[in-house]
Ligand binder design. Sequence first.
Ligand SMILES: [Zn+2]
Length: 320
Amino acid sequence: MYDTNSPLNNINVSFSDYVQRHATSMEAHLVNGVPDYSFSLDNELRKSMMKIPHFTSICKTITSSLVAQQIQILNQEGIAVGPNQFPEIYRMTADCAQKLGIGIPNVFIVNSPGEMNAYTIAADDSSPIVVLYSSIVERMTPGELKGVIAHECGHIHNNHSALQSVVNVILSSLGGSGIAGMVITLANIALMQFWTRAAEITADRAALICADDVQDVINMNSTLLTGGMIGKQYSVNLESLREQLEITLNNPSKVYEVLSDHPSSVRRVFCTMEFSECETFFQWRPDFKRYDAVVRTKEETDRRCQKLVNILDNVKGGIR
Ligand SMILES: [Zn+2]
């Protein structure tokens, strides 16, 4: 029976129209070819990194051999997620990819008792791979796990992945006699570390954009702090955690974080909270905007996050 008055008749079911509409809506989220939610510091540092002599040729040499090798190892040592293999995790991944407008990455789970980690492998000529350590899958709630997957999809969306692979190889080969060690100066190593930390903030923003609940992404970072051992009978008090962060911001020992490729999870919790009040976030997720929501511009959000990830200067006037 065909009801001519049904509103369902007006729904456009054409797949090509859907693809066109999707592509247009994703273009609306690009600024100079970069996703509009990206942390500005990430983009500034990436541009500086690309100016390092021979950097592009080092990238090509490293990624072409690394990716093939990694795929082989993952197929031998890990388990490939798919529609019939851990389908819940596959569905989470598909949802994140659809929200960000990227292809569904291949996901592998590898056995890693104790260590909570995830990373992405990509090169120009192969589809990206997300690797989840089994402890992450085991200890996180489904919402937190989706946050981790979305974070990795954010790295893919921002073309971080190939660069991250290269930076990791360069940093782990320092002191050796490899090509990287010969051409990369100490200043450039610091630049790479700065960039990887800024890129993490961008990826956490992608996690927020894909989340079913903002709190899941905040909890994801606090679970990385607690190792997930707290369980659901306890929760992290964010005010106390903020006091903890304020102590670290003006401690001279914080310069040691320069050697780290990730910002501390404490910093990440508060950078995530900052983006949850950003106008760009609400453009992606108007469904999360409450009538009394605090809304800041992207520039103001980036400025506040820059203060939160600052390692070299003392932070005056607090971080509120
Ligand atoms: Zn990351």
